[in-house]
Design a binder for this molecule. Structure first.
Ligand code: SF4
Length: 484
């Protein structure tokens, strides 16, 4: 499909708006006024008093056009960009009959906007009106964003710029799931690299420990993610966690997370090791409790393995367990999703995170064009979670969106009161510095003026190991930025 511009170059936002309706690939053309086939065209022209904005879309032979004008005095870049996207949105809504749940909001953090409106003094109705007028957000998502913001706001109070979170990346998994777009390597292909990876990761932890101590920072939360950290042996996890405890004062840590995502990696030995090291919260992720679907998505475990792993974690003393589910998995049906929800509720974890399937280019499933269908109605599955989980005491406390998610839906973390994951809130709210160690980890430095600087570690383990010194040079910026 062709996207044509004239008089402006709002490429990124225009593309994001078109993607709300049409998940195809686009070509971009400047200064072309028409072309055959399906097109999205927009134009900006500045007159003497007004700036004129225009959109024209043609899909499957049907077309729609919209126009508006703004006094030149108010026609700054952001306003014009937003208005052009609004016109395109209205055209495509009319041509496709689709009304995206988050309206014209394309960012990944919709709750941040709600939190900022409420904190600046708007009441619920005013906040709803502003977001409805500007972004055409649906009533159901306004309510969801409000409930999430209400649960987050008290947990965000009293944050101080001397506290940080720490992210440790273990980019290995037993096998690669068909929908995976993370930098994760199957254990079979990565086994040889692991000892070196652990050695370098420990060196980076030492370096971060010095930075934390020299700058007088306090570690608030720790998150071991990846990948599946529990793919490592208990003794390997112990080496990393001992190094962390040796270099960083973890006595102030309020939450110590480990993604034990894949049930087929969980053993009593590993659970006891991480518990002894101070871990307070783990995730045991069924994704689905339908064995046929598990096979389709390339997981080597069964639903029964998940249940076993969950109760083993209870036996090891974990009283804060999260379970991740995915709505819209290939082969799943509404009944089977409902069944998964019911069984997970029976297990009674402290939090449940409901993701919507997202298929990025790097995923094996990308070419299979997974679509929602009558049997697999993703928005109905997510809707059921939003209705059912609060009835059982699980309230939404963090939420984010991703590109290429089925029906432009979202991922929602639900938790029992007091069991919300602080790390998850902080990463979405972006009010706390996060120092990342390991390959593909990113460091996000937040200064009191609200400015965010990101430093990305190399993506692949061999690159991380081979270019370690270069990377640590780059990380010296942490001092310069945080010392301010
Ligand atoms: S468990 Fe997660 S990180 Fe690992 S392969 Fe599956 S989706 Fe990717």
């Amino acid at each position: 499909m062709k996207i044509l511009f004239s008089g402006h170059d709002f490429k990124y936002e225009t593309e994001a708006t078109v993607k709300l309706f049409i998940p195809s690939r686009f070509t971009f053309h400047y200064d072309i006024t028409d072309a055959p086939g399906d097109i999205v065209m927009s134009r900006l022209k500045t007159g003497k008093k007004y700036t004129y904005l225009y959109a024209y879309c043609r899909l499957n032979g049907k077309s729609c056009r919209k126009a508006c004008h703004i006094p030149n005095a108010g026609a700054d870049k952001n306003t014009c960009e937003h208005e052009i996207c609004r016109l395109i949105y209205l055209c495509l809504q009319q041509l496709t009959g689709i009304t995206p749940p988050w309206g014209l909001m394309t960012g990944i953090r919709p709750v941040k906007k709600m939190v900022s409106l409420l904190e600046s003094g708007a009441d619920k109705q005013q906040a709803f009106q502003i977001l409805k007028d500007k972004y055409m957000v649906s009533q159901s998502r306004l309510e969801l964003a409000y409930m999430t913001a209400e649960n987050q706001i008290p947990l965000l109070k009293g944050m101080d710029c001397k506290t940080i979170s720490l992210y440790i990346s273990i980019p290995f998994c037993p096998t690669r799931c068909s929908y995976c777009s993370f930098i994760s390597h199957s254990m079979d292909s990565a086994r040889k690299l692991i000892p070196d990876y652990i050695r370098y990761l420990c060196r980076e932890i030492e370096i971060l420990g010095k930075i934390i101590n020299n700058l007088g920072l306090k570690t608030d939360t720790v998150y071991f993610g990846g990948g599946t950290p529990t793919s490592l042996e208990a003794s390997q996890l112990e080496i990393i966690m001992n190094k962390l405890a040796e270099c960083i004062d973890i006595s102030s840590v309020r939450e110590y997370n480990v993604e034990a995502g894949r049930p087929d990696t969980i053993t009593m030995d590993k659970l006891q090791t991480i518990k002894k090291s101070g871990v307070t919260r783990i995730s045991v992720n069924p994704q689905t409790l339908n064995n046929d679907v598990l096979k389709i998505i390339g997981r080597r475990h069964t639903a029964e393995d998940t249940v076993k792993a969950f109760y083993m974690a209870r036996e090891a003393g974990f009283d804060n367990i999260n379970m991740d589910l995915i709505a819209g998995l290939p082969g799943d049906t509404y009944q089977s999703f409902e069944n998964t929800l019911d069984k997970v509720l029976e297990m009674n974890p402290e939090s449940i995170t409901v993701h919507t399937l997202t298929i990025k280019r790097s995923a094996k499933l990308y070419d299979e064009k997974v679509k929602t269908s009558a049997d697999n109605p993703t928005s109905k599955m997510v809707g059921k979670s939003i209705e059912l989980l609060p009835e059982h005491g699980y309230n939404p406390y963090y939420l984010y969106r991703q590109k290429n998610t089925i029906e432009n839906l979202e991922n929602i973390g639900f938790a029992k009161k007091g069991k919300e994951s602080l790390y998850n809130i902080f990463i979405m709210d972006e009010t706390q510095t996060i120092l990342g160690a390991g390959c593909a980890a990113s460091t996000k430095l937040v200064t009191p003026d609200g400015k965010i600087t990101r430093i990305h570690n190399y993506k692949f383990p061999y690159e991380y190991i081979n270019r370690f010194n270069e990377l640590m040079e780059k990380k010296k910026q942490i001092y310069e930025i945080l010392e301010k």
